[in-house]
Design a protein around this ligand. Structure first.
Ligand SMILES: Cc1cc2nc3c(=O)[nH]c(=O)nc-3n(C[C@H](O)[C@H](O)[C@H](O)COP(=O)(O)OP(=O)(O)OC[C@H]3O[C@@H](n4cnc5c(N)ncnc54)[C@H](O)[C@@H]3O)c2cc1C
Length: 494
């Protein structure tokens, strides 16, 4: 019998593509996801080596309500698919002078932690929570989850007075600085800007809701690591009869008379389709899959990363699950990375030890350790990344760990894998090796960001970190809802 359902091809099984599959299937499409790699998940991938399990990219799960709502919207219960483990104490920030700031979702604990720097800041913390709560609700209601095709409808939806309330016209550092006297607290909360692709002195103040959201809704890790979430999404796709084709690279999106007709795979198979949704970074999509790069090269991108996956032959008591090592001169470091486009001298970096929360991720009495170092995107690094960068970065990490009296040295490593910016680019099609996609300055969010529906090519859509609302695993899930809304409103097969 002929399949009368309209056919949807999704290019890429990243979080966005995997979230979109079930939504389109529920709405009557015959859905096929084509993924170039052997394993699904995109940046949220998995490495299993010598008894150690590593998440390749995301390591922090926040905003669990996003996943609960998403699964509910499909008539499913998130917790039937994914088991979450609370990570509290959450992130620990460390400075060279041996001071530290440990986050917790427990308000009494957090308040004591803030007061250890400055007792007045306890009151600031209460105000920060009150104000951020309002901003957070307003942002998700008016800004983050709404499709708006142009600046005028966006401004109308958001409301001019809300631009001030949301702190969109302020910068993130100043917005957080309104509540705290202690520079280190401001720096710790502002450091989230690293992943949004600009300095906190430039990003809109609205992003002060990021640390708040993490504290309010807690920090989590799925059982089995972040890949537990990908396994949950895989099962959901199976339950909705979505077909995932792995090791199938899409070479071209077929377009005739500005209308999408399907895709061609690298083995030259032609797949006809009524709609095509690209989960591949939008700049890469336009440059490599459509050969139309006029508009998309202009985006300012988030930094790239060096990531280290270390199997370590012992337990590490001197660090918690998540630790961020901040530099002495915060502003100088951000200027080096975002303005001078160089690897900062006093390297900031992040270390995660997921086996502390789930001991199945490493052999007994061993630890799986992940280190992430932000660095400039490929095109700005002259003459390019090489082995020397790798060994310098690695030795600077261990110099710092030694300085902080952390019981982890290079000699403890029994397994090592390193991904540099070139690997991130080639493995997942990340434009210029940018780890998190286009950055989130004012002119690259909302209606200014690459939209989830092509204005030029009929029945071509986008989902994932490079489109709206932006980067991060929960945002990619929200993105799938927004793309579905656009498809259901605009799709026609005439
Ligand atoms: C190192 C790192 C750490 C991070 N940490 C966090 C974190 O702690 N918390 C958080 O929320 N977020 C984090 N992020 C961000 C988060 O990982 C991303 O925002 C999110 O995973 C992006 O998903 P996506 O839907 O855009 O798809 P992507 O992950 O970009 O996947 C796209 C998929 O398309 C496939 N593909 C590419 N080209 C083709 C082609 N031609 N044909 C077929 N398939 C193709 C790729 O192989 C890939 O599987 C991190 C990212 C990185 C890199």
């Amino acid at each position: 019998m002929k399949n009368t359902k309209p056919k949807a091809v999704i290019i890429g099984a990243g979080v966005g593509g995997l979230s979109l599959g079930p939504m389109l299937s529920k709405n009557g499409f015959d859905v096929h996801i084509y993924e170039s790699n052997k394993t699904i998940g995109g940046r949220a991938n998995i490495l299993k080596k010598k008894g150690f399990t590593f998440d390749t990219g995301p390591s922090l799960l926040n905003y669990p309500w996003v996943y609960e709502d998403y699964f509910n919207s499909l008539g499913k219960n998130f917790y039937d698919y994914v088991e979450l483990i609370s990570v509290d104490p959450a992130v620990n920030f460390m400075w060279r002078d041996h001071s530290n700031f440990q986050l917790s979702s427990d308000m009494t604990t957090l308040s004591e932690e803030v007061a250890k720097f400055n007792s007045e800041d306890r009151y600031g913390l209460v105000d920060f929570f009150k104000n951020s709560n309002k901003k957070y609700d307003l942002a998700f209601e008016k800004l983050v989850t709404r499709n708006s095709s142009n600046i005028f409808s966006w401004l109308k939806n958001t409301g001019m007075n809300n631009l001030f309330k949301l702190g969109l016209l302020n910068n993130m550092y100043d917005e957080i600085g309104k509540y705290f006297n202690e520079k280190k607290i401001i720096e710790a909360f502002s450091s989230y800007s690293m992943y949004l692709g600009d300095s906190p002195y430039k990003l809109p103040g609205f992003f002060s809701i990021l640390p708040f959201g993490e504290l309010q809704y807690g920090l989590w890790m799925p059982k089995g690591g972040m890949y537990g979430l990908i396994m949950g999404l895989k099962k959901l796709n199976e339950d909705f009869n979505v077909t995932i084709h792995t090791e199938k690279r899409v070479e071209e999106i077929k377009i005739e008379n500005d209308q999408v007709k399907g895709v061609t795979l690298s083995d030259q198979t032609h797949i006809k389709s009524d709609i095509v949704v690209s989960n591949v970074d939008s700049s890469t999509t336009f440059q490599s899959l459509i050969n139309d790069d006029k508009k998309f090269k202009k985006y300012k991108m988030t930094p790239s990363v060096y990531t280290f996956y270390w199997g370590v032959n012992k337990k590490i008591d001197s660090m918690t699950h998540h630790t961020i090592f901040l530099p002495n001169n915060f502003k100088k470091t951000f200027n080096e990375l975002f303005i001078n486009k160089e690897i900062p001298e006093d390297l900031p970096f992040y270390i995660s030890i997921p086996s502390k929360t789930d001991n199945t991720l490493a052999p007994k009495n061993n630890s799986s350790v992940f280190a992430l170092v932000p660095c400039p995107v490929i095109s700005t690094k002259k003459p390019g990344y090489d082995k020397e960068d790798f060994s310098q970065i690695k030795s600077r990490i261990f110099e710092r760990l030694n300085h902080q009296k952390i019981n982890l040295s290079e000699n403890d490593i029994i397994f090592e894998e390193v991904w540099d910016p070139n690997k991130w680019e080639s493995e997942f099609g990340l434009f210029d090796g940018s780890a998190f996609g286009p950055s989130h300055n004012f002119f690259q969010i909302g209606p200014f960001r690459n939209q989830n529906m092509s204005k030029k090519y009929k029945n071509l859509y986008f989902v994932g970190a490079s489109t709206t609302p932006g980067t991060g695993v929960p945002m990619c899930v929200l993105s799938s809802k927004m793309t579905t809304e656009k498809i259901l409103t605009h799709y026609s097969n005439d």
